[in-house]
Design a protein. Structure first.
Length: 398
């Protein structure tokens, strides 16, 4: 019997002040400076006659409630809806333009669901994340958002029925598209400067995700990213162009927090997964990520705290160059999830092959679509090499 090591979830480092208890910590100074800067931007925009604009994102819910996401910004008053949409498309060409419009802190937003209005407030980044109690039918539905002085906008929401049994959680950076995002300078390059159309998808990933979504009718896919809400529309357009199955996105806000210079992407993912598990206690999860952003540790932590609710994990292995840009590979999972199939591979095709062998994807029945012997042999060799290179990923055998 193989010996199992004890798994300890890595702690999330926090910066501390060396100035003493009475001094304002530098993290809070960064926060105060950032939001003071945003306030001045809003004041100047209003002096130029800027008006509120609602950016809506895909939400989700159950037959009894709905979770709604949006951002409230100040934009040029002369833009009509068509001109603004054209500007959004131009903004996608250079990512920095997604960060230009100042957000409206604590904006009052009316959310209309089934003809009833519910009043909520945005946070100080202008982001609305609100849960509304309502009776809704499973499938795609629509809610309407209203802000004083802005054109109302509709938002798609995915309502997940009580009879749905499984769902998918998928990382974005280096899993959906290739970004090497963890390094701060690389993150700035990808977020602010990179041409939207220069981004490339991870090979084979759209096909694999579509197959997982089609395995059981109504299987939802949630995309969890450390990226800011500023790039949500860019990400949606990218996924549409490359035929990824659409689903709710769980992103984060830009800027410092009360106790950190930079927001913790790891903490964001842990919190997002925990909330999804609490929102849908009847769902079993397929978890997909990469080995450059702590995804194996986060998914192991999730499986550890939600036994019986993870039916598989697929990890895209970064290339040597991507791993270097990402600051290294993930820590060991230390065999903490015995009984849960794990797949490792450099792209969606390799992962699909292993998921088929694990029974997590159905075998393709038609002869032209089956895996040829050459591919089968090559993938078996790849798996053997991965197990030799990364023995910590090999599940303990009884």
């Amino acid at each position: 019997m193989a010996r199992r090591k004890t798994y300890r979830f890595p702690t999330i480092p926090r910066l501390s002040s060396a100035a003493g208890d009475d001094a304002t910590p530098p993290e809070q100074l960064a926060t105060l400076t950032y939001y003071s800067f945003q306030r001045r931007r809003r004041d100047r925009a209003r002096q130029r006659g800027a008006k509120p604009r609602i950016l809506s994102f895909t939400g989700y819910g159950s037959p009894r409630w709905v979770r709604v996401f949006s951002r409230i910004l100040l934009v040029k008053p002369e833009w009509n809806e068509a001109e603004y949409l054209a500007q959004i498309l131009r903004d996608g060409v250079r990512g920095w333009q997604n960060f230009v419009s100042p957000p409206i802190a604590y904006a009052q937003v009316d959310i209309e669901v089934n003809g009833q209005r519910h009043t909520v407030r945005a946070d100080r980044n202008g982001v609305v994340d609100a849960r509304i109690e309502a009776e809704l039918t499973p499938g795609w539905s629509t809610v309407t958002l209203h802000v004083e002085g802005a054109e109302s906008t509709s938002q798609d929401v995915l309502i997940i029925g009580d009879d749905t049994k499984s769902a998918v959680i998928c990382d974005v950076d280096d899993t959906v598209w290739v970004t090497a995002l963890p390094r701060p300078l690389t993150a700035a390059w990808n977020s602010f400067l990179l041409d939207e159309h220069a981004r490339r998808p991870v090979a084979g990933m759209p096909v694999m995700l579509n197959r997982l979504a089609e395995k059981h009718e109504g299987t939802p896919i949630f995309y969890v990213s450390t990226g800011p809400w500023n790039v949500a529309h860019t990400l949606t357009r990218f996924m549409t162009r490359h035929l990824f199955p659409l689903g709710p996105m769980l992103l984060t806000s830009w800027g410092p927090t009360e106790d950190r210079w930079f927001r913790s992407g790891m903490a964001h993912k842990v919190d997002a997964l925990a909330r999804l598990a609490a929102d849908f206690p009847h769902l079993s999860w397929m978890l997909i990520g990469d080995d450059g952003q702590h995804d194996p540790e986060i998914y192991t932590h999730f499986a550890h705290h939600h036994p019986g609710r993870v039916h598989g994990v697929a990890i895209r292995q970064l290339s040597a160059t991507e791993a270097l840009l990402a600051g290294g590979r993930a820590e060991e999972t230390q065999h903490a999830t015995a009984g849960i199939p794990w797949a490792y591979g450099p792209d969606g095709a390799a992962l699909s092959f292993q998921l088929e062998n694990s029974g997590l994807l159905p075998k393709r029945q038609h002869a032209p679509l089956t895996w040829p012997q050459s591919v089968t042999s090559e993938e078996q060799l790849t798996v053997a090499e991965l197990r030799a290179d990364y023995p910590q990923f090999t599940q303990a055998q009884e």
